[in-house]
Design a protein around this ligand. Structure first.
Ligand SMILES: C[S@@+](CC[C@H](N)C(=O)[O-])C[C@H]1O[C@@H](n2cnc3c(N)ncnc32)[C@H](O)[C@@H]1O
Length: 360
């Protein structure tokens, strides 16, 4: 007879093996999610105002002959993952037959394209083959150093975006959708932070969605959206916001304060210090400040977002030149070296935090 220890050992080993299988095929989850977004499955169900059958979903798909058995297999997985619900109902034609109706969940509501807050463009962006290619170079980087994105594409991400308008649009649309969500948590949480600011520069502001949200709520602020010329050139008009193209390593437009969301995590420490020193030159010594929206890595995983801080850290490893996620100690050191000896961290109901930093 097996001892208790042997049974525990056997079960532990089996569970370990099961976890390897799950991790090995982790990409299947992202691909199923991406397919749901590409097929607009959440939008189709939402447009009916409630749960619908497989054939109703199929008739909403942008295809003259959607393959129903393939769709059924995709839906089965998406239901298992909690992305949609599936409930059996008696068929209206005959009392005996049952048919399955699929509905939305808290997850799929974030996949609606036409909703005010949506993660659909971000799902498309992060799972795009151009974005996935650098992930294959992590081990190579560990062995030989270098930058995964450059190994995959021959240049850094910003040069790649400047040469590839399709990638530029996919990237900027993805970021804009995620930023809109973060700003709904950021703006109410930082309500007194903008009272004395008359002009605010969003450095690396993308297509300007974040500064537009701030100016909409605080119309006394003159908003300046500053990004690389190929990004600023594609930014839509927003009331109270001007778009300026340039390079933050050369100079940053003047303002009472600088806002930077998800910028410093793209860069190594030396580059961050250069950016921070340019921020300092752009703001007044007295009363000026830099407001960062960034991840602060803590000991434990995030209560709601789990290990996303470390996932983001690997994303920076795969995509950026020296980019990484930082602990509070690392932020403190960076800010001091960049000329901001005083800082304050405000947690918001999001994966990111607000870091206010002062030159005096
Ligand atoms: C991760 S995105 C963040 C965009 C925006 N802050 C947001 O959170 O949605 C980084 C941004 O930095 C911009 N960027 C990269 N290098 C830059 C440079 N040298 N000067 C100005 N902007 C730059 C990119 O074009 C991109 O829009």
């Amino acid at each position: 007879m097996e001892s208790v220890k042997e049974v525990d050992e056997e079960e532990g080993s089996l569970r370990g093996q099961a976890q390897v299988w799950q991790l090995m095929f982790g990409f299947a989850d992202s691909m199923a999610l991406k397919s749901a977004v590409e097929l607009r499955l959440a939008d189709i169900i939402h447009s009916h105002g409630g749960p619908i059958t497989l054939s109703q979903i199929a008739s909403g798909i942008d295809s003259s002959s959607p393959d129903i058995p393939y769709l059924a297999r995709l839906m089965r997985m998406l239901v298992r993952k909690g992305i949609f619900t599936a409930n059996d109902h008696p068929s209206s034609d005959s009392g005996d037959d049952h048919q399955t109706e699929y509905g939305l969940t808290h997850i799929s509501k974030w996949l609606l394209h036409d909703s005010k807050l949506s993660l659909a463009p971000m799902v498309v962006m992060e799972n795009n083959p151009w974005q996935l290619a650098p992930w294959h170079y992590l081990a190579n980087c560990v062995k030989q150093g270098g930058i995964a994105f450059e190994k995959a594409h021959g240049c850094n991400m910003w040069d790649f975006a400047s040469r590839n308008p399709e990638f530029n649009k996919i990237f900027n649309d993805g970021l804009a959708s995620a930023t809109k969500i973060v700003m709904t948590a950021f703006v109410p949480q930082y309500k007194d932070g903008f009272d004395t600011i008359r002009s605010l520069v969003d450095v690396g502001g993308g297509t300007g969605g974040a500064i537009a949200e701030i100016v909409k709520i605080y119309p006394h602020i003159k908003g300046i959206n500053f990004d690389l010329p190929h990004v600023a050139a594609t930014a839509p008009d927003y009331d109270g916001v001007s778009h300026v193209g340039g390079n933050m390593f050369e100079s940053i437009p003047n303002g009472d304060a600088v806002f930077m969301k998800c910028i410093l995590h793209d860069w190594g420490d030396e580059d961050c210090v250069k950016i921070l020193k340019n921020c300092r030159k752009a703001i007044p010594e007295e009363g000026g400040k830099v407001v960062l929206v960034e991840i602060v890595v803590k000991e434990d995983s995030n209560k709601i977002f789990g290990d996303m801080d470390l996932v983001y850290d690997l994303l920076m490893f795969a995509h950026q030149n020296g980019g990484k996620e930082r602990t509070e100690q690392q932020w403190k050191k960076l800010l001091q070296e960049g000329g901001f000896p005083r800082y304050n961290i405000i947690d918001i109901p999001d994966l990111t935090s607000i870091i206010e930093a002062y030159p005096l």
